[in-house]
Design a binder for this molecule. Sequence first.
Ligand code: DGY
Length: 284
Amino acid sequence: MEEPEIVAACTGADVLLPTVTDRIGAALIAALPASVRLIANFGVGVDHIDLAAAKTRNLPVTNTPDVLTDDTADLAMALILAAARRLGEGERVLRAGRWPGWSPTFMVGTRVTGRRLGIVGMGRIGAALARRARGFGMEIHYHNRRAVPGNDARHWADLDAMLREIDVLSIHCPRTPETVGLISAARLALLPRHAVVVNTARGGIVDEIALANALKEHRIAAAGLDVYDGEPKVNPALLALENVVLAPHLGSATEAGRVAMGERTIANIEAFAAGRPLPDLVNT
Ligand code: DGY
């Protein structure tokens, strides 16, 4: 729905329940009927909601953490493997009838065992990916402003320094004004030629043009993306490349995950209706 439609649909409503694709900006929030007293987001990411504007209007915003952690980490691991082992490219070749048959040098990819995985954002999903990647024999490194206590992965406060040391990069931080363009052309240039870059967090954190150029010029080996700047549009420069696996924002897309997200959204609405503290309040 466009903004005016959302506002019109809220007439007489107590709660606005957006999904992660609805833009809930300051103008929309200001135009909402006074009856709306909660924004209960169906999803964990809230970069599409102007939290400050909601706070100014005294509108609490809730989200759905935890319930999609494992599903999203599974997809990140799947993209790491698919990109490193050229699964998308291989399937396209086979389906097109262009498979010449097994040979020692046919579609040789990158081994992940023994490689260093660098996680940007060691939150719930980053930690869940670290658990999975350890099972694949990977060494875990992460970049956060501060070290996460009780974590035996190697912490890097300096992102650039970590990028020089890793083989696989996976993004798990929220999209904020500080993280848009975080993985820039200059930072991609710090990665080794066999590097794999995966983003299951939000589009725009990795500079898509810079990524497409690095992939095209084989300055990195491969990428796996689940999120894009301006979804559902995907940058044509990425679509033209063989060495990137492209998924349509499937991180939380399991039946169990989506049901749990719905239940978590309802739990917040029920708490609001009963005047209880909101379990997943985002704009405290
Ligand atoms: C979220 O909840 O933010 C996810 O991106 C949806 O898959």
